[in-house]
Design a protein around this ligand. Structure first.
Ligand code: ARG
Length: 465
C-alpha cells in the first residue's frame, strides 16, 4: 500500500488542520477492509442505479459511474489499484478513485447514503457469499462422511464412555454421529443467513435520507429479501456477525472433537486408523514420527474462533445507538473466523475420504474391553433375572475374565455357569461382537442394517440442498 501526498479527505471541509499521521494510521481500516471491494462496488452499482431511476442522477451520470466502478474493479483485481491509508477505508478509496476517473459524477454517487449504511450493506453481502462458500465445503465434508459410513457400516469398533470401552459399535455409526453434528451446524448457518439477508442500504448515516430513494428496489437488486425496518438499528447492530461467529464456534467445536478422536486413533497406542501421509508431517529430530498435524491444527483453531466470538460480543456490548467507530473492529475477527472455518472444512473434506480404518485392530480392541458385558446382562434379564442381579452376575464374570485374561466370549459354558445356572449354550450368540451390534436394531441404533439405512437417509438429505 502506498500513500498519496496531500490527499483531500472527503470529510475534510470543517477541519482546520490535517490529521495527525499516527492517528491516520490508527483509525484506518483499509489494510483489512479492502477485501470488501467487490461487494462495495456491487452495493454502489445498485445504489447508483436506484438514484437514476428516481431521477436523482441523470442516466448519463449513472452510466459513467457504472463504467467507472467496473474499471476500478478491474484495477483492483489486476493489482494496479493504489490503496491509500490517508483515504481511511475501502469505501473512500474507491469513491476517490471514481471521482479521479470520471470527475463530478463520481462525487454524486454518495447522494442519499453514508458510509454507515454502506459498510453495513457490504459486510452483509460479503458474509452472505462466504456463508455459501462455507456451506459448500461443509456439504462436501458431509458427503465424504456419509460415503465412508456406508462403506464402514459393518466395521466393529469399541464404543466409549469416559474413554473406557463401553459397548461395541460400528465405525459407520460413529461417523454418522459426526455427520449429525454437522447437519445441525449447516441448519444453524442457514438460519443465520436468512436473518442477515436484509438490506440496510438507505438507512444513510442513521435517520434515513431526504431524497426520494427506493429501498425495496436496491434490496431486490442486491438479492436481499427486504429492506431493514429501522434505520438506527440498520447502521449499528452487528448481531448477524456475532450470530455467524457463534455458529462457527460450534462448528469448530465439533471439528475439534473429531480431531481429538483422529489424533487418538492414529496413535500407535490405538492404531485404529491410518491418516494418509499427505495430511501429516514429520519431526525434524525423531525420524520415526508421523504427526497428525491437520487434525491437531484444526483442534487448536477452535480457540481463535471462539476468541473472536467473545471479541465481537464485547465489541457490541453497551454501544449506544446508532453507528460508533467501535464497529470498525468487527472486521478482523469476522474475516479471520470466515477464513479459519472455510479452510478447516476444506482440509477435513479432503482428508476424511482418505482415512483407512484398521478393521482387525478395532475389532480386537472391542473384544478386549468386555464390551459385550451389557449384552450378557440383557440376556439374563430376558431369562427372567432382575436387571440389578444380572448386573452383579456379569460384574463377577468380568472380574473372573480379568483374572484369567479371557473375554466373556472366550469362556466355556461351564466357566460362565459358575456365576448363574440360567446361562445356556445360546449365550454365545449375544456374546459375539456381531451379535451385540446386530441386536441394536432400531432407528438410531448401531446395527449395520440401521447404519446403512441412516446413511442413505443422510445422503438423500444432502442431495436436496
Ligand atoms: N471504516 C468504517 C467501518 O468499518 C466505515 C464506516 C465509517 N463511518 C464513519 N462515520 N466514520 O466501520
Amino acid at each position: 500500500m502506498s500513500d498519496k501526498e496531500q490527499v483531500i479527505k472527503p470529510w475534510g471541509g470543517r477541519f482546520t488542520e490535517p490529521t495527525d499521521a499516527f492517528v491516520e494510521r490508527f483509525t484506518a481500516s483499509v489494510s483489512f477492509d479492502q477485501r470488501l471491494y467487490h461487494h462495495d462496488i456491487n452495493g454502489s452499482l445498485a445504489h447508483a442505479h436506484m438514484l437514476s431511476r428516481a431521477g436523482i442522477l441523470t442516466e448519463q451520470e449513472y452510466l459513467d459511474i457504472a463504467q467507472g466502478l467496473e474499471d476500478i474493479r478491474e484495477e483492483i483485481i489486476s493489482g494496479e489499484f493504489n490503496w491509500s491509508v490517508s483515504l481511511e477505508d475501502v469505501h473512500m478509496n474507491i469513491e476517490a478513485r471514481l471521482t479521479e476517473k470520471i470527475g463530478i459524477s463520481g462525487k454524486k454517487l454518495h447522494t442519499g447514503r453514508s458510509r454507515n449504511d454502506q459498510v453495513a450493506t457490504d459486510i452483509r453481502l460479503y458474509l452472505r457469499d462466504e456463508i455459501d462458500n462455507i456451506a459448500a465445503e461443509l456439504t462436501r465434508l458431509q458427503q465424504g462422511l456419509v460415503t465412508k459410513a456406508e462403506e464402514e457400516a459393518s466395521t466393529i469398533m469399541p464404543g466409549f464412555t469416559h474413554l473406557q470401552t463401553a459397548q461395541p459399535v460400528t465405525f459407520g455409526h460413529h461417523l454418522l454421529a459426526w455427520n449429525e453434528m454437522l447437519e445441525r451446524d449447516y441448519s444453524r448457518l442457514m438460519d443465520c443467513r436468512k436473518r442477515l439477508n436484509q438490506s440496510p442500504l438507505g438507512a444513510a448515516a442513521l435517520a434515513g435520507t431526504t431524497y426520494p430513494i427506493d429501498r425495496a428496489y436496491t434490496a431486490q437488486l442486491l438479492g436481499f429479501d427486504a429492506p431493514t425496518e429501522n434505520s438506527l438499528d440498520s447502521v449499528s447492530d452487528r448481531d448477524f456477525a456475532i450470530e455467524f461467529t457463534a455458529c462457527a464456534s460450534l462448528l469448530m467445536t465439533h471439528l475439534s472433537r473429531f480431531s481429538e478422536e483422529l489424533v487418538l486413533w492414529a496413535s500407535a497406542q490405538f492404531n485404529f486408523i491410518d491418516l494418509p501421509d499427505r495430511f501429516c508431517t514429520g519431526s525434524s529430530i525423531m525420524p520415526q514420527k508421523k504427526n497428525p498435524d491437520v487434525p491437531e491444527l484444526v483442534r487448536g483453531k477452535v480457540g481463535r474462533v471462539t476468541g473472536h466470538l467473545i471479541s465481537l460480543l464485547m465489541l457490541m456490548k453497551s454501544q449506544p445507538l446508532a453507528y460508533n467507530k467501535d464497529n470498525q473492529e468487527d472486521k478482523e475477527p469476522l474475516f479471520d473466523t470466515i477464513d479459519t472455518v472455510r479452510d478447516s472444512l476444506h482440509a477435513y473434506a479432503d482428508m476424511i475420504p482418505a482415512i483407512q480404518a484398521n478393521h482387525a485392530v478395532m475389532a480386537e480392541a472391542a473384544r478386549r474391553g468386555f464390551s459385550t458385558a451389557t449384552d450378557l446382562a440383557d440376556y439374563l434379564v430376558v431369562k427372567g433375572m432382575p436387571f440389578r442381579d444380572a448386573h452383579e452376575v456379569v460384574g463377577k464374570s468380568v472380574a473372573y475374565g480379568i483374572a484369567q485374561q479371557k473375554d466373556l466370549s472366550e469362556m466355556s459354558l461351564d466357566e460362565l455357569r459358575q456365576f448363574s445356572d440360567i446361562i445356556s449354550q445360546d449365550v454365545f450368540e449375544v456374546l459375539t461382537l456381531e451379535g451385540s451390534v446386530n441386536a441394536r436394531n432400531h432407528i438410531g441404533g448401531t446395527a449395520p442394517n440401521q447404519v446403512k439405512a441412516a446413511a442413505a437417509r443422510a445422503g438423500s438429505k444432502l442431495q436436496q440442498r
